[in-house]
Structure formats: C-alpha cells, structure tokens
Design a protein around this ligand. Structure first.
Ligand SMILES: Nc1ncnc2c1ncn2[C@@H]1O[C@H](COP(=O)(O)OP(=O)(O)OP(=O)(O)O)[C@@H](O)[C@H]1O
Length: 245
C-alpha cells in the first residue's frame, strides 16, 4: 500500500445504549505522499472524528486505518503513541497548548519528544514561529497571546517533529487573511517537501488550494473533487491575499 494515510470502511459510534451517536458510517480514504486533502461539511458530520481515527487518537468502532502502510488495528497503545509522536502532526480545534510553557517551548516540545537535540528543536521552533509571523511572540505564554496567535503556535507545534502527515482541524479558523496566508505558505512548503496533509476547513479558499476536496454529510463522503492548480499548490489559493499586513 503506497498511501501514507489509508482508511477502509471506517466507522465510529459514540456512547452506548439509547444514547448512541453515529459519527462515521463507513468511509474509505487514501492520501498519497505529498497530497493535500481538504475535508468540508456541516458541523457534526464527522470531520474531527475522521482526523482522530486517521491519526490513531481514537480507535474506530469498525474498519481499518493504515499509517505509512502500518495497520493501527491491534497496535498497542505504546506503539500507537510512538507512531503519533514520530509520524503525525495534529492541529486541534482547541489548540491544546501547555499554559505554563512559552510559545517557543510549546512548539519545540514534539521535536524534543521525538528525540531531536535541544539545539535542533529550538532552531526549528524559532523558524516555524517566524514563518507564521510570530517571531516576536516566541517568549510569551499562551495566556498573553490572542486567539489567532495561539492558533498559529498550534500550527507551528504540529510541524515541529517534521511529521510525515499533518492532520489539521480548522487550522485557519480564527485567522485574518494575512495570517491565513502565512499558515498556507508554510503548509505548501512542507507539502513540496513531500508532506501529506488532511485539512478540515470551513474556509472555501483553503479548500480550493488543496489537491482534493471531500464533502461530508452525516458521517459519509458525499462528493470528492480533484482540483488542479498547475504547479501553484496551496499558494494558488492565496491570489490577492496577505496584502493587509
Ligand atoms: N466524544 C464524543 N462523545 C459522544 N459523541 C461525540 C463525541 N465526539 C463527537 N461526537 C458526536 O459525533 C458526531 C460527529 O462529531 P465530530 O466532532 O466528528 O463532527 P465535526 O464535523 O468535526 O463537527 P464540527 O465542525 O462542529 O467540529 C456529532 O454528532 C458529535 O456530537
């Protein structure tokens, strides 16, 4: 299997008894190396659940996920944690930053956990913060950052362990056009280096910049569109952006 991320007949039901909620009703997805897939759909249709299952943060109720050809089914929690740490970068909707760590410390943490030297982790963290326009905020605690700044720290953190795949839940949700452009430029550069990306978004401009767009509704894929941008990649979604800074 050549896909970096692969799911077959993926199903997820939360709760038990009469309180069952079906979040995913059998989806199939293959994402190739260097490919960016955008996932769109109304609130509650199962987008975040899809990311959590593809990244091994939750176990599915049914179906199978492979990351870099390795099946997650039957993998021990320890191996799963190692795979997440080494191969995957998550951008969560609620950021999940550590309150007591500065921006740069938050960003370097995944790289340190993945075994990088402190010098390499720090220099990559600083470079990533610079790329998302936050070089000057590197020493601040999350409490002293705006919502959009925290979000950009979360994006930088997801990229710090140089992951094979990034799973991003609304990475530009709170950002103005200039900051969105920064984040998309960074993702585009990493995709050019072969990174695989799945981006849940409500922003049509972010979606338009992906290689493939999947529309979800009620736990299933209702439409898949392959987009073509010539060689522009994500940046082609940025025409006319970023001029307000
Ligand atoms: N931990 C949970 N326990 C129970 N139900 C859950 C849980 N997580 C999600 N759900 C339910 O599963 C369904 C899909 O949720 P999910 O968060 O995947 O949707 P989403 O498309 O990402 O929504 P949004 O765009 O609002 O983030 C929803 O009905 C949600 O209420």
């Amino acid at each position: 299997m050549n896909a970096v991320l692969c799911a077959r007949d993926l199903r997820m039901t939360y709760g038990r008894g009469t309180g069952l909620v079906t979040a995913l009703s059998g989806v199939d997805l293959e994402v190739a190396q260097g490919e960016t897939v955008a996932v769109m759909g109304p609130s509650g249709c199962g987008k975040s659940t899809l990311l959590q299952l593809m990244g091994g943060l939750q176990r599915p109720s049914g179906g199978e996920v492979w990351v870099a050809g390795r099946p997650l089914t039957g993998m021990s929690e320890r191996k799963l944690a190692r795979l997440r740490r080494d191969a995957i970068g998550f951008v969560f909707q609620s950021f999940h930053l550590m309150d007591e760590l500065t921006a740069v410390e938050n960003v370097e943490l995944p790289a340190l956990l993945a075994g990088r030297s402190s010098a390499r982790a720090r220099s990559r963290a600083q470079a990533l913060l610079e790329q998302v326009g936050l070089a000057e905020q590197a020493g601040r605690l999350p409490a002293d950052l705006s919502g959009g700044e925290r979000q950009r720290v979360a994006v930088a953190r997801a990229l710090s362990n140089e992951p094979l795949a990034v799973l991003a839940d609304e990475p530009t949700g709170n950002l103005d056009s200039a900051s969105t452009a920064d984040v998309l430029r960074l993702l585009d550069a990493l995709r050019s280096d072969g990174q695989t990306q799945v981006i849940v978004t409500h922003d049509a401009r972010v979606a338009a910049a992906a290689d493939r767009l999947i529309s979800m509704r009620d736990g299933v894929f209702v439409e898949e569109t392959r987009l073509s941008h010539g060689s522009g990649g994500l940046l082609s979604g940025l025409a006319g952006w970023g001029s307000e800074r």
